[in-house]
Design a protein around this ligand. Structure first.
Ligand SMILES: *Cc1c(COP(=O)(O)O)cnc(C)c1O
Length: 237
């Protein structure tokens, strides 16, 4: 089977499963944005997925992403940064990505805001929450999300538009509780007066658990292997 047909079949299956999960969640009218996570896969694979109706792609490594962006410059792809934000890459990230899903500190947010303003460029941002409270992972502590929003409101960023929350839960047999917890955090932010447009998006759910995430309220799912197949063993440092 050609790579193109493999990817096309996977995307058709994915769209069907999303439809079914939305029916099950009783919200057939909710829009779920699919961000295809294309790390380690070549620009040609991205183009095949793009031809099947996927317009948003996510990458974790800036250099790797920028190479593919050059190859695909004319396609009109929306790029999401989902990796760890290193300060020395913040400028490249703001210059090249439309969405930055992994904002996890006020310092980084200020840095992104500065570069976005310098480049006269509006970017969309999500706050990464460390939902599994893992010491090795980036992200705002779940108990601190409301305070984090209050800090954001003080800075009042104009170039980085904060639109919601993102999680990368630890591997788990029972991921539902993490998705449900993020939804509760979002709801309590709204109750406590955080503007709804700053907490609207919930980016949660990957290849193994996106249906559960959709049932729990995901508006953005990040899908790698389900579309592109297994990744080759780690290439990046
Ligand atoms: C790799 C990755 C994904 C996609 O994972 P799959 O299990 O391949 O769907 C989603 N989000 C982030 C942040 C990733 O690094």
């Amino acid at each position: 089977m050609s790579r193109k047909i493999f990817i096309k079949d996977n995307i058709e299956k994915l769209f069907e499963k999303i439809e079914r999960a939305l029916q099950k969640a009783n919200s057939p009218q909710r829009k779920v944005k699919v961000v295809a996570i294309s790390k380690t896969f070549p620009a040609s694979d991205i183009y095949y997925a793009y031809e099947c109706g996927i317009s948003d792609f996510g990458e974790n490594y800036v250099q790797e992403a920028c190479k593919k962006m050059k190859e695909l410059a004319d396609a009109g792809i929306v790029w999401h940064f989902v990796g760890r934000i290193q300060s020395n890459k913040a400028k490249l990230i703001t210059q090249n990505f439309e969405y930055i899903q992994s904002i996890s500190s006020i310092e980084k947010l200020k840095l992104l805001e500065k570069f976005a303003q310098d480049h006269n460029r509006i970017v969309k941002g999500l706050i990464q929450v460390n939902i599994g409270r893992e010491r090795t992972k980036d992200g705002v502590d779940p108990a601190e999300v409301i305070n984090f929003y209050h800090e954001i409101l003080k800075i009042n960023p104009k170039w980085v538009q904060i639109q919601g929350l993102m999680i990368i839960p630890p591997p788990s047999e029972a991921p539902r509780r993490y998705f449900a917890e993020l939804r509760k955090i979002r709801d309590s932010c709204i109750e406590k007066g955080i503007p709804e447009n700053m907490v609207r998006e919930l980016s949660m759910g990957m290849s193994d658990d996106f249906e559960i995430a959709i049932e729990e309220g995901a508006t953005i799912i990040r899908i790698g292997r389900f579309i592109f197949g297994e990744r080759p063993l780690k290439q990046n440092p």
